[in-house]
Design a protein. Structure first.
Lengths: 262, 244
């Protein structure tokens, strides 16, 4: 099996740099040699393991393995985003649903429009990008919405007292939460190619593709991420605000307390 | 005797699982009168007020508006009939006119410039205030805009949760005079949580003293402030009660 690790000599070559870094750390008495060695070792083991796992999955036919891997990604992302928004009741369920909605809609559309074939080799790396960005947007939107509802309690109750529905009363806060969730990807999309060359494109160029091919893929990736983040952010916003109101359009002040709800 | 505008019957209110806030509160609130609600901090005055427009959900068959159990009413319609002012006026972004038009706008009704001017005037503001940005107003002006905004829903009842506690004496007097005028011209029923003895003397038709979630005194303000049985009524008369 090890014949497939044909880059091993180059990896060992790259270790020279780690050696230099350890030297610098010793010389400067920074005391992080131990940490560095652990990190270097972990990176090697984790990545080689995932390499073999992906190698195995890419060689399988049918949707089972793709769906399984995407399912694991979504669950981990939902848990992580839910943790970030832990002051929202049912945060993990909301975050998982939001990431799932964004991922399913975007990935589904890309496959239906035949932008990518439904094969693990395409589905898994693309889903990875989508899930990662959807996770960030979901966590940010949930947190911002909860913070604003708490901070602007007086405004919300004033609106309710004037006959607003909970949706009308929280309208402004919901819009701001959605904007907060989407801002990172929108900013990245605005400056893509000017500040940094993104990962997908860099990878393609290193693997031998022409820059023009690489940028076309990158354009697809950026557009798809904007879509995914919008779907996830919107879902998160709509599911989150409802946690703080009763059916009779009352703000649940108890749900806004600072005790984590998990 | 006329049927009361609002009838509170044996209202018990508990927060969460354990903490009881209101104990068997019964009270008739007469139409077209100002009922002042006083009591020490944490006595449940604001909570009682919030039950009346269901910002807190009261139990069934405890509060009646024109003899109808308010928990059976459409809550949004109830809140248009029972307006509320808070301690500090939370104005929305935009102009004074945007704020005044907010309530009717919620169900697709647009107010004309003339209607907005009229509402501002009712609240004691000049008509040309309409185009001012809401963020540039003083506390007293903001509270009067909040009053005009509440009046835009054409309420029959107004709940006032210490709306003058952050205002200077002149602005306070101005709000008091406006509310008295609205009682006389529109026949508004007002429930006013207050902590200032002078304010109660100037405005109240009826006075209710709430202590630890119980009504301990209620009746004619002159009588209560001079010879009430409960020692807190005497304290209040001497200006000893703090605000929430």
């Amino acid at each position: 099996m090890f014949e497939t690790l044909e880059w091993l000599p180059r990896i060992i070559g790259a270790l020279v740099l780690v050696g230099l870094a350890i030297g610098v750390s010793r010389w400067q008495k920074a005391g992080i040699e131990q940490d560095m060695l652990v990190a270097v070792g972990r990176a090697f083991v984790q990545l080689i393991a995932i390499g073999y796992a992906l190698d195995f999955i890419f060689s399988r036919q049918g949707p089972f393995w793709s769906l399984l891997v995407v399912g694991v990604m979504v669950s981990v992302a939902g848990y992580t985003a839910g943790q970030r928004g832990k002051y929202v009741p049912r945060s993990k369920i909301i975050a998982t649903v939001s990431v799932t909605v964004g991922t399913a809609l975007t990935l589904g559309l890309l496959i239906v429009l035949n932008v990518f074939p439904f094969e693990p080799r395409f589905t898994i790396p693309i889903a990875g990008m989508i899930v990662g960005n959807a996770m960030t947007a979901t966590g940010l939107a949930m947190n911002r919405l909860r913070d604003d509802l708490k901070l602007q309690k007086a405004q919300i109750e004033t609106a309710l007292a004037l006959g607003a529905t909970q949706r009308q009363a929280a309208n402004q806060q919901m819009r701001r939460a959605l904007t907060t969730g989407m801002t990172p990807i929108v900013d990245k999309t605005k400056t893509v190619g000017l500040i940094s060359l993104p990962g997908a494109m860099t990878g393609m160029i290193l693997a031998g593709a022409s820059p023009l091919e690489a940028v076309q893929l990158q354009i697809i990736v950026m557009y798809m991420l904007v879509g995914a983040v919008a779907f996830s952010g919107l879902t998160a916003t709509f599911l989150t605000y409802r946690q703080f109101f009763t059916q009779a359009h009352q703000l649940m002040v108890s749900a806004l307390s600072d005790e984590a709800l998990i | 005797m006329m049927t009361p505008k609002i009838e509170i019957k044996n209202l018990n209110l508990t927060f969460g699982n354990n903490k009881q806030i209101l104990f068997d509160v019964s009270l008739d609130i007469a139409a077209g009168q100002i009922t002042s609600l006083i009591g020490p901090s944490g006595s449940g005055k604001s909570t009682l007020l919030r039950c009346l427009n269901r910002l807190w959900e009261p139990p069934e068959s405890a509060i009646f508006l024109d003899s109808t159990d308010i928990t059976t009413l459409d809550v949004l319609a109830l809140r248009r009939q029972v307006g509320m002012l808070f301690q500090s006026a939370a104005l929305f972004e935009g102009t004074v006119a945007d704020n005044v038009a907010y309530g009717p706008g919620l169900y697709g009704q647009k107010l004309s410039a003339g209607q907005i001017a009229e509402l501002l005037e009712m609240a004691g503001l000049p008509a040309d205030a309409a185009q001012k940005p809401a963020g540039e107003l003083s506390g007293g002006q903001a509270q009067r805009v909040a009053l005009a905004r509440a009046l835009a829903n054409q309420p029959q009842v107004l709940l006032l949760d210490e709306p003058t506690s952050a205002l200077d004496p002149t602005a306070t007097r101005h709000v008091e005079e406006t509310v008295l005028r609205l009682r006389d011209t529109l026949g508004l029923t007002v429930v006013w949580v207050s902590h200032a003895i002078e304010q109660v003397e100037r405005t109240a038709d009826k006075l209710v003293l709430l202590v630890d979630g119980n009504i301990v005194e209620s009746g004619d303000p002159d009588h209560l402030l001079s010879g009430a049985h409960h020692h807190l009524a005497g304290d209040f008369a001497r200006g000893k009660l703090g605000s929430d």
